[in-house]
Design a protein around this ligand. Structure first.
Ligand code: ADP
Length: 471
């Protein structure tokens, strides 16, 4: 079967979060099963672009409303990632350093999708499935079904995966001219809640819709940033498929980002060495448990609760642990976390920014990873942490509910708390510190969690079954 993935991110080409990890891994595992998987994404100005060689495969000319533009599709020459990788270049629009965060993001990603559809028509090539990811690619099912110029693609089955329903690609109806000419009586298939809603349109028009964990799918029926009723209405075509992790990239015995590799047999020594490195670099105390947070410093991740929960932990649990935070996001949260460095007695530090190498070292050297998420569609951090023998302390929601069992329960190994509140998080931290005193228990849990299988091998089969059902 041939699948074309369309996405704004794909690791290691460009990644801002879990979407990049998933789109970098899923096609690779589909190839391993003998299928043909391709990825199409925007051409940003990234290291990966400059470090590799490319063939031009198509040049086209299309438009967004009155604005006509040239686009070029290039393909990586050597199939380095294990699948065909195509980048769409729109001069001055997509070729920027960051993936998101520009005032014209709407125009950028609609122009990207229009170019993809335009190219597929010109290519006269018929994949079995077009799999679109998140709102930056979610207008494509509408384009295929209802835009006059793309009618030759109308019978290609489309799948939309929602990695995060918080962001939906909203635009006012004044921007409807961006949508290539369509049957106006189908306008309703574009909108939701008085605006064009790219993700909402994708949910209406894609042949199948998936979310990245079964529990998130359930939760979205009551909490999906305004899309609840739509998801309830479309529930017949929705399913939840848990993300996997790329065991080739995320392997503590071979990880290219740090030197002190370890296996299940050497986990104690390996984690100790990596922890010492981290503690030295961030002036922390290696004798105390190291509790980390890695991620976007936004409300969704419960990052705003961190400063108070850390202060309360120091006050109520005592200065019996270290905290190390890696992330960037809301300036207010960044500022508060930075200011707290003044309170450190060699037991707190924060690195504001995005640093792939540091994140790998933290998974390897930490004792615990904290995830107080308000919303967590799947969550990859806890899966990486498990593979690296780091015990997750998580809020019981979405994918965290599906992947972390509390160590107080049968076969459990992590720490779960129910509310995204300072009190519940502090209690979770207290439990982690208490657990750490029982070194034999910690050893046993580390060995157990490193053996848990959250690889793509099983999830990829669920996607293949889904494709089969609509092919
Ligand atoms: P998201 O909602 O942000 O996509 P996920 O848990 O699905 O959350 O994926 C987060 C991914 O991004 C993980 O690979 C994590 O290690 C990485 N990540 C997040 N923030 C940072 C950062 N500041 N530096 C390095 N890696 C980060």
């Amino acid at each position: 079967m041939e699948i074309i993935h369309v996405s704004a991110e794909c690791y290691p080409v460009a990644k801002a979060g879990g979407l990049g990890d998933v789109v970098g891994a899923l096609p690779k595992y589909q190839r391993q099963l003998g299928h043909v998987a391709k990825v199409v994404m925007p051409m940003y100005r990234t290291k990966f672009l400059l470090a590799n060689e490319w063939d031009v495969v198509h040049k086209g000319y299309t438009h967004l409303g009155n604005w006509w533009f040239n686009y070029t599709v290039i393909k990586e020459k050597t199939n380095k990632l294990g699948f065909d990788l195509y980048l769409v270049d729109i001069n001055g629009v997509l070729d920027r350093e960051k993936v998101y965060g520009y005032d014209d993001d709407i125009e950028r990603f609609v122009a990207f999708q229009v170019s993809v559809a335009d190219w597929l028509v010109a290519w006269k090539h018929r994949p079995d499935i077009v799999h679109v990811h998140d709102h930056q690619a979610a207008l494509i099912p509408f384009f295929f079904k209802y835009c006059h110029a793309y009618q030759s693609l109308a019978d290609i089955p489309t799948v939309l995966t929602i990695h995060n329903a918080q962001y939906q690609g909203w635009m006012g109806w004044d921007k409807s001219t961006y949508i290539p000419a369509y049957d106006t009586w189908k306008t309703g298939m574009l909108g939701w809640g008085n605006a064009i809603n790219s993700l909402g349109s994708g949910i209406k028009c894609a042949w199948k819709v998936t979310t990245v964990s079964p529990t998130y799918l359930e939760e979205m029926r009551s909490n999906a940033n305004g899309l609840e009723a739509l998801l309830e209405y479309e529930k017949g075509k929705c399913s939840g498929i848990l993300n996997g992790i790329d065991n080739l990239v995320w392997d503590p015995s071979t990880d290219g980002y740090f030197e002190d590799h370890f296996t299940i047999e050497t986990v104690e020594e390996g984690k100790r060495k990596n922890k010492e490195l981290l503690c030295q670099r961030f002036q922390l105390d290696p004798k105390k448990p190291l509790i980390t947070f890695i991620g976007r410093l936004v409300g969704e991740k419960g990052a705003d609760l961190l400063p108070q929960a850390i202060e309360d932990s120091f006050y109520y649990v005592g200065r019996r642990m270290n905290f190390l935070i890696l992330g960037s996001g809301f300036p207010d949260v960044e500022g508060r976390l930075n200011a707290m460095k003044g309170l450190s007695r060699g037991d707190y530090n924060v690195y504001i920014g995005y640093d792939e190498a540091l994140s790998h070292l933290m998974y390897a050297g930490a004792d615990y990873i904290l995830m107080p998420s308000r919303v967590e569609p799947c969550g990859l951090n806890q899966l990486y942490a498990l593979r690296y023998g780091t015990i997750p302390v998580v809020r019981n929601t979405g994918g965290l509910h599906d992947t972390v069992l509390d160590y107080g329960d049968k076969n459990g190994y992590g720490i779960r708390f129910n509310h995204a509140s300072v009190g519940d998080m502090t209690h979770g931290i207290w439990r982690a510190v208490e657990m750490y005193q029982q070194s034999e228990k910690v050893k046993e849990i580390r060995q157990h969690i490193m053996q848990l299988d959250f690889s793509w091998e099983s999830s990829v089969k669920s996607y293949m079954q889904l494709y089969e059902s609509i092919k």
